[in-house]
Ligand binder design. Structure first.
Ligand SMILES: Nc1nc2c(c(=O)[nH]1)N[C@H]1C(S)=C(S)[C@@H](COP(=O)(O)OP(=O)(O)OC[C@H]3O[C@@H](n4cnc5c(=O)[nH]c(N)nc54)[C@H](O)[C@@H]3O)O[C@H]1N2
Ligand SMILES: Nc1nc2c(c(=O)[nH]1)N[C@H]1C(S)=C(S)[C@@H](COP(=O)(O)OP(=O)(O)OC[C@H]3O[C@@H](n4cnc5c(=O)[nH]c(N)nc54)[C@H](O)[C@@H]3O)O[C@H]1N2
Ligand code: SF4
Ligand SMILES: [Mo]
Length: 765
């Protein structure tokens, strides 16, 4: 397999003619057509949300053109260039399906009436027998704000269940909570064009070049201006190869390094005492907490050479403005919140947060990862980042929705906990929208058994995902360019997605399907929207006065300004690109320090499992791969998963490049190709997670979660690797034979309150 790393080079010129980027889908007829219309919109994939024009002829999207938008300045990455090929793809689901003959039966074509009547009837039966909370919604953030908002409202008002959560739980819920705790507000504080102002960039746990290719242009610009670059990652990723300093950390041990850096900065006299005194609370405890982390102690814990830690502290501590960019490498951890808080401690001690080009930022992953977590589809949240347990928040939203406040359910289970409740039979039916949890949740054998307990499992998707394959009812919906609405990108910039074409066959828009289900549940009066704009206007009002206030954002303003940053509390307000320049969002205006100590990952290597297995992404695929594995060019570049292993480790085990190997963890095993590379620590293995069935790395991952926000520890578990011929001759321990009854025991957590509430204004988030 060849992974063409040149694709994310900033100087590469993309040719937007699709013929240069691989074969179009079968049946394609658009190659020689002249576009009649250019529809301005944004990419369907990552959190950058690059601006693009879709070329339309005869009502079909036939290509893409650059669009000069403030944050992507006309560029697209390889995924953005072919995103449009999803629309006319022959694999599109074009009619509803239901499983006949029980769980072993097949999915067969039905009419919309049959499918929706059945679902509504079953939901009524289940709720009558087992209570309202026996039906759940598992939602996603690759959808517009309007749809994410609707899913939260549909759960609470349509189904009146408390169980609604979404895939952001798996993504960066730990970072969101860290920001809410430290700053009182969860949003990236800096707009992308501020990045070149930084004199030093510290990238912690992000493969930025492959996951946010277009952000790299801002990083190169900072580098051209002389900024220093430090990258902390167990792998020498594309961006690490260009860094001044690479910190090759053992997966799961970043706190040791971050604390040692802060200790060094203190000893070097580089803390900003005035800033600490005027703008923060809690410094003394942090100063004391980091003192034991000498460079030698940190080296022992993290594997990063002590002198590199000192060098990093001096590079970072000697520059201003300095910006820390962090992502899932530290957030997918059983101490993910603390990892982020350790980054924040560094930036606050240096007086950076609130400075143009300074501070910390999380790199939000999904297309609408930011908006999806503030419009009310989280288990404990109402629109506007309001909290479902705060009486005045409940009253406000109940009033907007026109329901008595005591009808509004309380907090539900986190997405990871829902699996537990399904296995226990407490959740009996679930609507999965915009998620492919058979690929994305950890330890997926347990997930499979849990969701097979559901009757019915209802999946709304536009391609038959690995999860939809197991569904009892499949509802065909639309790809992003068949509908309109807004997304909020990783900067907090609200953008407008426009419709370029109509849904194929009988496929229907998600919001129309949801409103139709609400009608069948007898809740029509609360879902009588005639357009997406109606939903947007209600969302604006529902968010009004909340932390994430969208009230002043209109579609017209988005067009006129090139996006609008929230908070934007009234119609004359221009929006807020930079946060915290004067004050933080806590009541007293100050940021919070939190003393953080190193904790090991939930599962450490040892005995039969000597390696640390970590997982993540490659530039060519998006998340569970259900979309990108169907796009010819992208799939041709990375058609199957591989495991990265260091030459020294490979030699010890007699493994050569391209050998087939078996990787095993306490939960399962998989066979795949070895990629022998010096760019990974010798004690670490890496597998991309974009593949399904026997190619899914989530057969192996640890379902342990962060105790307060329940994000899984995707980034480290214990593993072993052997050549397949060696593996076959050895005896492999049999996997425990799980039944739905024994499955819950596999989840080392109990269902409880999600403790992501900062102290501000009682429970304001
Ligand atoms: N091409 C592509 N782009 C994407 C996506 C995609 O699927 N494909 N998904 C989008 C989404 S939803 C997200 S969340 C983002 C994710 O964006 P990133 O977080 O940048 O991507 P990941 O590959 O998950 O992990 C980042 C890095 O963390 C490293 N890492 C592993 N363990 C540790 C550790 O313990 N400490 C440190 N410091 N680093 C560690 C891995 O080696 C990896 O290089 O990307 C977004 N963009
Ligand atoms: N091992 C491992 N596992 C991981 C991660 C990791 O790094 N390692 N990363 C985690 C992260 S950060 C994330 S964000 C999750 C993502 O996990 P998922 O959310 O499960 O993955 P997606 O591929 O985004 O799934 C979205 C599904 O919804 C469909 N879809 C897209 N848009 C729409 C829409 O508008 N409407 C409808 N109805 N359907 C739509 C797509 O076709 C796809 O099948 O995976 C997590 N899992
Ligand atoms: S960087 Fe993200 S938003 Fe931009 S084209 Fe690539 S996938 Fe799409
Ligand atoms: Mo994500």
């Amino acid at each position: 397999m060849s992974v063409n790393k040149d694709f994310f080079r900033p100087d590469r010129q993309f040719n937007y003619d699709f013929q240069s980027v691989g074969a179009p889908p079968t049946g394609w007829t658009g190659a020689d057509r002249i576009p009649e219309e250019l529809v301005p919109t944004h990419c369907s994939f990552c959190g950058i949300q690059c601006g693009m024009y879709l070329k339309v002829a005869d009502g079909q999207v036939i290509g893409v053109e650059p669009r000069d938008f403030p944050h992507n300045r006309g560029s697209l990455c390889p995924k953005g260039v072919v995103a449009y090929q999803q629309a006319a793809h022959p694999d599109r689901l074009t009619y509803p399906m239901m499983r006949r003959g029980g769980k072993q039966g097949t999915l067969e074509r039905v009419t919309w009436d049959e499918a929706l009547d059945y679902v509504a009837r079953r939901w009524r039966e289940i709720q009558d027998l087992y209570g309202r909370d026996a039906v759940a919604i598992y939602s996603g953030s690759s959808m517009t704000n309007e749809k994410c908002y609707l899913m939260g409202k549909f759960a609470r008002v349509g189904l009146r269940t408390r169980h609604v959560d979404y895939n952001g739980r798996l993504c960066m819920s730990s970072a969101a909570v860290a920001y809410a705790r430290a700053f009182g507000l969860d949003r990236c504080p800096v707009p992308m064009p501020d990045i070149p102002l930084a004199r030093c960039l510290l990238i912690v746990g992000s493969n930025t070049a492959e996951c946010f290719p277009i952000l790299m242009r801002w990083i190169w610009q900072a580098r051209d201006n002389g900024a220093r670059l430090i990258v902390m990652d167990p792998r020498q990723t594309g961006v690490a190869r260009t860094a001044d300093l690479w910190l090759p950390v053992k997966p799961g041990t970043d706190i040791a390094v971050l604390n040692a850096m802060l200790r060094q900065i203190i000893h070097d006299g580089l803390v900003d005492e005035d800033y600490i005194a005027e703008r923060t609370v809690g410094w003394e405890a942090v100063r004391d907490a980091v003192e034991p982390y000498t460079p030698d102690v940190a080296e022992k814990l993290s594997g990063v050479p002590a002198e590199r830690i000192v060098a990093a502290a001096r590079l970072y501590g000697g520059a201003s403005p300095s910006l820390i960019l962090h992502a899932r490498g530290i957030e997918h951890s059983t101490h993910g919140v603390n990892n982020c808080l350790a980054c924040i401690n560094l930036a606050l001690a240096r007086g950076q947060v609130g400075k143009p080009g300074g501070g910390t930022t999380m790199l939000t992953g999904q297309g609408n990862g930011q908006g999806g977590r503030e419009v009310g589809q989280k288990a404990n949240q109402l629109p506007g980042y309001r909290h479902i347990d705060v009486p005045e928040d409940r009253e406000y939203v109940a009033r907007v929705w026109g329901i008595p406040v005591d009808e509004l359910p309380g907090e539900g289970a986190a997405a990871t906990e829902m699996i537990h409740l399904m296995a226990e039979g407490k959740i009996r039916s679930c609507l999965v929208i915009c998620s492919n949890l058979m690929v994305s949740l950890p330890d997926n054998a347990v997930v499979k058994r849990a969701i097979q307990n559901l009757d019915p499992l209802v999946v709304m998707d536009f391609f038959l995902s690995e999860t939809a394959e197991l569904a009892d009812v499949v509802l065909p919906s639309t790809v992003w360019c068949e509908d309109e609405g807004t997304t909020t990108n990783l900067e907090g910039r609200v953008l407008k997605i426009n419709k370029a074409t109509e849904p194929p066959g009988e496929a229907r828009r998600d919001w129309e399907i949801i409103c139709d289900l609400a009608r069948r549940l007898g809740r029509e009066q609360y879902f009588s929207y005639s357009s997406v704009h109606d939903i947007w206007d209600e969302l604006r009002v529902a968010s009004r006065g909340g932390v994430a206030d969208y009230y002043g954002i209109t579609w017209e303003k988005i067009d006129a300004q090139g996006g609008v940053f929230w908070p934007c509390p009234d119609l004359d307000h221009p929006g807020t690109p930079r946060l915290f320049s004067e004050r933080f969002a806590h009541k007293d205006g100050r940021a919070r320090f939190f003393p953080i100590v190193h904790e090991p990952p939930a599962e450490e290597p040892g005995g039969d499992f000597p390696f640390r297995l970590t997982t993540g992404r490659v530039v060519y695929h998006y998340l569970s791969g259900n979309q990108t594995r169907r796009l010819g060019f992208l799939n041709s570049q990375a058609p199957e998963p591989w495991v990265e292993i260091h030459p020294r480790a490979a030699q010890q085990r007699g493994i050569q490049n391209d050998d087939r190997v078996r990787v095993r963890t306490p939960r399962g095993s998989m066979v795949l190709k070895a990629l022998v590379t010096e760019s990974i620590r010798p004690d670490t293995l890496f597998i991309p997670f974009h593949y399904g069935h026997e190619q899914a790395v989530n057969q192996l991952t640890n379902p342990a979660v962060e105790p307060s926000v329940k994000i899984p520890e995707y980034k480290v578990c214990a593993a072993t690797i052997e050549r397949v011929d060696a593996a076959l001759s050895g005896s492999e321990p049999p996997r425990e034979n799980l039944t739905p009854e024994t499955a819950p025991a596999m989840f080392p957590y109990t269902v409880g309150e999600i403790r992501d509430v900062p102290e501000r204004a009682g429970k304001a988030h």
